[in-house]
Design a protein around this ligand. Sequence first.
Ligand code: CTP
Ligand code: MG
Length: 381
Amino acid sequence: MNEKVSAIICAAGKGERAGLGKNKLLAPLYGAPALYHTLKKFNIKEIGEVIVTSSETDFKEISALCKPFGYKTVLGGKTRTESVKNALEAVTGDIVLIHDGARPFVEKQLILNCIDSVKKFGSAVAAVKFTDTAAISQYGEISDYTDRENLYRIQTPQGFLTEDIKKAYRLAGDKSYTDDGAVYMRFIAPPRLVEGSENNIKLTYKNDFPREYPQVLPVSGQKIGFGVDTHAFGEGEFITLAGVKIPCGKSLIAHSDGDVIIHAVMDAYLSAAGLKDIGHYFPDTDESTLNADSAKMLEKVIETVKNAGYIGGNLSVTVQAETPRLSPYIDKMAHRLGEICKLPTENIAIAAGTCEHLGFVGEGLGITAYCAVLLKSNKEI
Ligand code: CTP
Ligand code: MG
């Protein structure tokens, strides 16, 4: 049977223990709000519907994060139990996975294993075995040791047949439970354990947020950059554009090989990564770049940008030239640019046009290229 799977992502807390002055889930993690990463993990074909709980305070912000994914946002309650209860009202799937927004590191395989477990056994609770020695303590003293063989740390996702968990929550009344498995166990049956993951930590305290990445990216973890370059025609036989030699009866005057497209691409990459322009990295007083192959320079730029934490997403190039006619070379240029940038050709678009005899390009004095690039954080989780 092909059951519809829904997911509830709990995000209606205050995140008080993190002490960040706002809901920890809206604090940046790898360049995007922590919750964004959790939402993204559930954007898989096996999940037919996602419902996200939010407090009134965060409703606008959380709805905006959910919108691009097509997820529904519902109001949570004062406790997690209340939040889940509210969200369950909106669930239309046969199976429901319940997950803490505060666990953005959840792996796809764990989500799939939970779905399988619900299909086979009716429930799923992600958990990891205790590895430390376990003891019970009161008043600062160990009062007893307990056998860690039977001890588990409970995580989410937790999955159930929707009908069962709805019934359990109905029977739970106003009482608060720490997790959904506890509600299921109390009113339905002992829930089935699924092996969780040590990576699947819950962001609880400030120190749970990894710090190695500048926390300034916009929502999607992507950054845009723009670059422009112009070279004048001089004497020669051919020009080089996007690494492709094109017969022209002229050349482009430059310190390097005069590849205006690649120069615009380099500036776009550097600008998106918030770095200085190509003049800084390849000054035209540098003898080593005299007549240099711009493709090699671009490879260096891509390495520099990678070290700054980004990889290329897609490139959009426009080149303006009265002559030569560039349309026969567009595909070849896009292919070559893809090779240099290590991007699939479909992520590269090159448009060419004239300037209708207007301005220096229109008068056939030179060529101008423009490039917009979208970079992605290479630290995505
Ligand atoms: N949660 C919820 N509704 C609540 C309380 C918590 O949906 N009324 C969500 C949180 O947003 C979080 C998850 O349940 O994703 C687990 O809760 P917890 O880690 O305790 O988060 P907070 O309650 O936000 O943090 P704190 O207890 O430190 O205030
Ligand atoms: Mg809490």
